[in-house]
Design a binder for this molecule. Structure first.
Ligand SMILES: [Zn+2]
Length: 267
């Protein structure tokens, strides 16, 4: 991963990850401990944590502040903890999974920040207090199943939340699994310059959202976001194939051609 020093940032060192960096980080994390399935099925987040993070188990609690869904305790970056509110723990599986994946995103992407003694003090100042809590407490305003990039001038902590949300999406819906899941409705064409573009049959998009959500056990909101990311509606072609027809040339591998804006944005 790359890090960039931003002289005018309120953070001593602000980490910027491209979407591809985050995509790769999530995929690599799963692969390292053999938690990336070969065919579409829900990612086993608990198994990943157990194998990759020293048998870490997410803990349910009723002690989080009102409105907080989950928290990553990074006081000791080498021995982190993840807390999930009791209501989320007992609630809909998709919400539980997105909350847990978001907190894993903080753990993977941001634990190293807390090694710097200055960072918690700066975070406390950003929050308008003196609480040196080392970690992230995330509520409905932070965990977004359809992540929206904050403005460059936005509060620096918004950028950390945005990164955790992108990680959440990448970990819950790995690109190869998504492509396989909706393959009957996709088509890949090659442009004159040799680049390839994948498209999703527009008339089947709603059906594909439902199938993806149910297969990977995520919310329809998240599934819709992911499909629009991998198969932007603007580049979709109108196809006349029936859903069960196999396309002549299928999509495979990682990102196909995504919009230039998505590909280049750095945070
Ligand atoms: Zn968060």
């Amino acid at each position: 991963m790359r890090s960039y020093y931003i002289p005018d940032s309120v953070l001593p060192q602000r980490y910027h990850f491209s979407r591809q960096d985050i995509e790769k980080a999530a995929r690599d994390e799963l692969r390292k401990v053999e938690c990336l399935p070969k065919s579409p099925e829900p990612i086993d987040l608990e198994k990943y944590l157990f194998r990759q993070h020293d048998k870490l188990e997410p803990q349910s609690t009723e002690r989080l502040a009102t409105g907080v869904l989950g928290a990553a305790d990074l006081a000791n970056p080498l021995k982190p903890a993840i807390w999930i509110s009791q209501a989320v723990f007992d609630g809909a599986p998709a919400r539980y999974r997105s909350t847990l994946a978001h907190e894993i995103g903080h753990l993977v992407l941001h634990a190293s920040l807390y090694i710097d003694e200055e960072f918690p003090r700066i975070v406390a100042r950003c929050r308008g207090g003196t609480d040196l809590a080392r970690g992230c407490q995330c509520g409905i305003d932070q965990i977004k199943e359809q992540p929206q990039a904050p403005l460059q001038s936005a509060h620096p902590l918004f950028h950390l939340e945005y990164q955790a949300n992108l990680f959440m999406v990448a970990m819950l819906t790995p690109t190869p699994l998504v492509r396989t899941c909706v393959e009957p409705w996709t088509c890949t064409t090659t442009r004159r310059d040799g680049s390839r573009i994948s498209s999703l049959e527009e008339s089947a998009r709603s059906e594909a959202v439902v199938l993806l959500a149910e297969t990977l056990q995520v919310s329809r909101e998240l599934a819709k976001y992911r499909l629009e990311e991998l198969f932007p509606p603007s580049s979709a072609q109108t196809l006349s194939r029936k859903p069960n027809d196999r396309p002549a040339q299928s999509a495979s591998g990682n990102f196909g051609v995504v919009s230039g804006k998505n590909q280049q944005t750095l945070w």
